[in-house]
Design a protein. Structure first.
Length: 276
């Protein structure tokens, strides 16, 4: 097929960009994977694909489709199928998120793409533990390392009990930590779900400090600080007193050296005529 229609397609594309969208579809993609936008418009006219206000390609209604890309780098990142009615993005990046549109015969369809990273395995830690009277209360935290996950929801499961929500901390009360049932934390985001299970909560919280231990350590720290301050004050007082009691001889004015004065004194005398 000749390409004489290309200038006309460009003109039509610019005109169609000003038209309002007839429908919008939310699409979620996974970082590093691929996603496909499909329009159900069966009109046998050229399709104009755009990313925001930037044109990606134009393609006539034919099989196999022969797209005209507006940038060479688009050729390895985008592909068309279904006679130009489907656009596929491969090796998704975070910057690919945004609004894509296709215009066919004056009718435009929008696709809003969100890109998320798949979740890593969560980590379950015991932040604190209080034991008294044969029962223990443990504070557990479920966390996910990394970023670009979107909104993460947390589900806790202890035995047959389940807690849903966004809380990353769970407070567990048990009369016997050794006999506690497995604790599972499940994390979910729009593209993945991961979980982690602890079968022995007693071992997990073995190194955790109780609130009493935290208080004791804090008290010891305060007492140590006070002792250091007291010792420093005593040292300064002793040093000050030792300097105050030291007697230093005061310098006295030296007596006048008469001899030295005579050596340097000139005496003038008036001598008259001798009396015979």
């Amino acid at each position: 097929m000749d390409v004489f229609w290309i200038p006309h397609l460009v003109t039509l594309m610019l005109l169609h960009q000003t038209m309002s969208a007839s429908d919008t579809k939310e699409v979620i993609g996974v970082l590093g994977k691929s996603v496909t936008f499909l329009t159900h418009n069966t009109d046998e006219n050229p399709a104009f694909w755009n990313f925001g206000n930037e044109p990606i390609l134009t393609v006539a209604f034919e099989n196999p489709p022969r797209p005209l890309f507006y940038k060479d780098e688009f050729k390895t990142h985008f592909a068309v199928s279904e006679s130009g009615r489907a656009l596929t993005i491969s090796q998704l990046r975070m910057e690919d998120a945004g609004t894509y549109s296709v215009t066919i015969n004056g009718k435009r369809s929008d696709f809003t793409l969100q890109v998320f990273r798949e979740l890593a395995e969560p980590t379950l830690t015991c932040e604190a533990q209080n034991c008294s009277g044969g029962s223990c209360s443990s504070s557990l935290r479920c966390s996910v390392p990394g970023a670009d996950f979107g909104n993460i929801s947390y589900t806790w499961r202890v035995g047959d009990q389940t807690w849903d929500g966004s809380s990353v901390v769970l407070l567990v009360n048990e009369t016997s930590q050794d006999g506690l049932e497995p604790v599972t934390c499940t994390t979910r985001n729009p593209v993945s779900s991961r979980n982690f299970t602890v079968t022995n909560l007693g071992e997990l919280c073995a190194g955790a400090l109780s609130s009493g231990q935290v208080g004791v350590r804090a008290g010891v720290g305060v007492i140590a600080g006070i002792l250091v301050l007291v010792l420093l004050l005593i040292f300064l007082m002793v040093l000050w007193k030792s300097k105050g009691w030291t007697k230093f001889p005061l310098s006295q004015p030296r007596p006048a050296d008469t001899g030295a004065t005579n050596d340097y004194t000139t005496v003038y005398a008036e001598v008259g005529p001798s009396q015979q």
